[in-house]
Ligand binder design. Structure first.
Ligand SMILES: [Zn+2]
Ligand SMILES: [Zn+2]
Length: 198
């Protein structure tokens, strides 16, 4: 399985990107800019955002840190949310393919974690705070799930971004391999109510 891209340097890296939910309860610090940016037009992303699509950046878990504020103080969470229950981030799912994270107070969509990509997090790019990026972001890589696209919104004809009806081929292959391994889940939340059809 292809590992999630991460910076080449092994030294101590500075924070190069910061993000937050609308109310500021959940904050993100990253020591890498996303390896790829994807616009997802799937039905779930449309409903979850109330918009024609969600845009995700792919980050390696080892380079991100979440923090969640509460009356008891601020809790730091490592990128893989290894304590299993989200550590104060609300977790939901629409199928067994991935979990989604939300701010439990303001409802901002935060991320998707695909079970077939245990070292990575797809973070909603709307979190990124203006003026808090050091270095260049990669150009948007692809539109996915155009087969589910909102009928009332049109992809700009000359945007130069790759287009896919569903997942791209490499990710579809990754999903099939994950399915062949028995669909292991990453976080300790109740089993998803239905299987994602591959
Ligand atoms: Zn919030
Ligand atoms: Zn989607």
């Amino acid at each position: 399985m292809e590992p999630t891209p991460k910076p080449a340097s092994r030294g101590v890296l500075p924070v190069v990107l910061r993000g937050s939910c609308l109310c500021g309860m959940v904050r993100l610090e990253s020591k890498m800019v996303p390896g790829a940016i994807t616009i997802c037009h799937c039905r779930e992303c449309r409903k979850a955002s109330g918009n024609p699509f969600l845009t995700f950046g792919l980050f390696h878990n080892d380079y991100i840190q979440w923090s969640v504020a509460s009356s008891a103080g601020t809790k730091q969470l490592v990128g893989d949310l290894a304590d299993g229950n989200g550590g104060g981030i609300k977790l939901t799912y629409y199928s067994d393919i991935a979990v989604r994270g939300w701010c439990p107070r303001c409802g901002t969509p935060l991320f998707m974690k695909y079970h077939c990509r245990p070292d990575g997090t797809s973070i909603a790019m709307g979190l990124v705070d203006n003026g808090h990026i050091v270095g260049a972001l990669p150009p948007v890589k692809e539109h996915i799930f155009l087969a589910d696209k909102a009928e009332w919104w049109n992809v700009p004809p000359d945007d130069g971004i790759a287009r896919h009806d569903g997942f791209n081929e490499a990710f579809a292959r990754r999903l099939r391999e994950w399915s062949d391994r028995g669909r292991p889940q990453r976080l300790d939340i109740p089993p998803a109510p239905f299987h994602f059809r591959l």
